[in-house]
Design a protein around this ligand. Structure first.
Ligand code: NDP
Length: 408
């Protein structure tokens, strides 16, 4: 087995946004696995802000801050190389994944992220780019763990758990992501606006009988009753874990992903799309080149600022159908998370929390050698049991039902 030996317990986190705020707060409270944490990002001030808030809450972990540019492999290699972490937790943007993986190989560190690589000038994500690193990580005796947030992340672990404990074969999976939070803004996104809007304006796609079926954006709508939230409309989107789960769940016949959106969000988004503000094609404006979506991000509320004003809950999980002992079996597994409670605990809303906590858990399992193996892995490749146990212990308890409402 490869993976981390856990000698120093030193982790470097890349990125100092909302997800990093939740993950670093949790790392700071679990000094058993982590002894030293380096928070690194583009702006030193943001890293220092996070460091200060962690120290103010109290921790046994040594916390340091450093600036780096994740667009530049040289900068990543120099800064991370000087830190000598056993593990790099990449919580910057999906555009940076390959650079951070490359830097990890150069300095001999293990790697964890929460989002699939996506080229900055092409709103298209697929695991192929990162899976292509498998040989190099294997040869170096290092682990890269991909997509260890909630979705992707926990949803993949839920599937592995279901396969291990509840099914002989899973035939269908629907991943349902509901956010019943209210932040009081007419339009804001709960995580990085640029990444969020690229995701929801893309064509929908799901996998059925061995083929990908493409739909127009938001063309398929269903209604579902979510515990803690109530009945909500949800829309079919393409989401990255569909690619790895379609490959990794043997005998799977169909897998889809749905996310809830409120009327105000959809109306604003439609309007912004109609006037060209969600485009990633650069335009010239007063002699300078700007990307409309990047400009839009600059005027929208910073997701990190939503923490103190968001109330309500998230409910994210899966509905499955499959066979156990020759009989059809229906199964639902999910987590309900409260925005306000997350804010009181770590200073972020639930979207950052539900991503940052699994990122910490995946890092902890690698750091302590419970998870390991040289190569590139998705979460469902590894034993779900220790992860499922840690979810409950670290703030994301899950519930199971055996009579779920079908999605239709
Ligand atoms: P934020 O935009 O809040 O944070 C991103 C951080 O990366 C910021 O600190 C930003 O710095 C930093 N950064 C940006 N560019 C660079 C650069 N060139 N060099 C160094 N640092 C840089 O995003 P979130 O925290 O909301 O999201 C973080 C990641 O988590 C994203 O990849 C997102 O897709 C993923 N995610 C995954 C989810 C899941 O369930 N799997 C759910 C939600 C998010 P600055 O502030 O200076 O711009």
């Amino acid at each position: 087995m490869g993976g981390v030996k856990g000698v120093k317990g030193r982790i470097a986190v890349v990125g100092a946004g909302g997800v990093a705020a939740a993950a670093t707060a949790k790392i700071a409270k679990h000094g058993g696995a982590f002894k030293e944490m380096y928070i690194t990002s583009r702006r030193l001030g943001k890293c220092e802000e996070l460091r200060e808030s962690i120290l103010a809450r109290g921790t046994d972990v040594k916390v340091e801050a450093a600036a780096l540019d994740a667009e530049d492999v040289g900068s990543l290699t120099a800064v991370l190389g000087a830190i000598e972490p056993e593990l790099v937790l990449n919580l910057a943007l999906p555009y940076h994944d390959l650079n951070v993986m490359e830097a990890c190989l150069r300095i001999g560190a293990n790697y964890v992220d929460t989002a699939n690589y996506e080229p900055v000038d092409d709103a298209r994500f697929e695991y192929g780019w990162q899976w292509a690193y498998a040989g190099r990580f294997k040869e170096a005796g290092l682990t890269a763990l991909l997509g260890c947030g909630f979705d992707p992340g926990v949803t993949g672990v839920f599937c592995a758990h279901a396969l291990k404990h509840h099914y002989d074969a899973i035939h269908t999976v629907d991943i349902l992501d509901a956010n019943g939070g209210d932040h009081g803004h007419p339009f804001a996104t709960n995580f990085n606006p640029e990444i969020n809007i690229r995701e929801v304006t893309a064509k929908g796609k799901y996998w059925e009988d061995g083929n990908w079926v493409e739909t127009e954006p938001m063309a398929i709508r269903r209604s579902y009753d979510f515990e803690g939230i109530g009945v909500r409309d949800m829309y079919l989107l393409y989401h990255e874990e569909l690619e790895s789960l379609a490959k990794n769940i043997p005998g799977l016949r169909r897998i889809r992903f749905f996310m809830t959106f409120g009327e105000s969000y959809l109306t604003h988004l439609r309007c912004l799309q109609n006037v060209g503000m969600t485009s990633i094609v650069p335009i010239e404006y007063e002699g300078a080149e700007i990307v409309p979506l990047k400009f839009l991000k600059a005027v929208l509320p910073d997701p990190a600022s939503l923490g103190p004003r968001t109330t309500g809950k998230t409910n994210i999980g899966c509905v499955m159908r499959g066979v156990k002992d020759g009989r059809m079996k229906d199964y639902r597994i999910y987590n309900v998370c409260d925005h306000r409670e997350c804010y009181l605990e770590v200073g972020t809303q639930a979207i950052s929390y539900t991503t940052g906590v699994p990122a910490m858990i995946g890092s902890m399992l690698l750091m302590t050698g419970v998870w390991g193996g040289a190569g590139v892995y998705n979460v469902e490749d590894l034993d779900p049991d220790p992860f499922m146990e840690a979810l409950g212990a670290y703030g994301l308890p899950w519930k199971e039902r055996f009579d779920p409402e079908p999605v239709g």
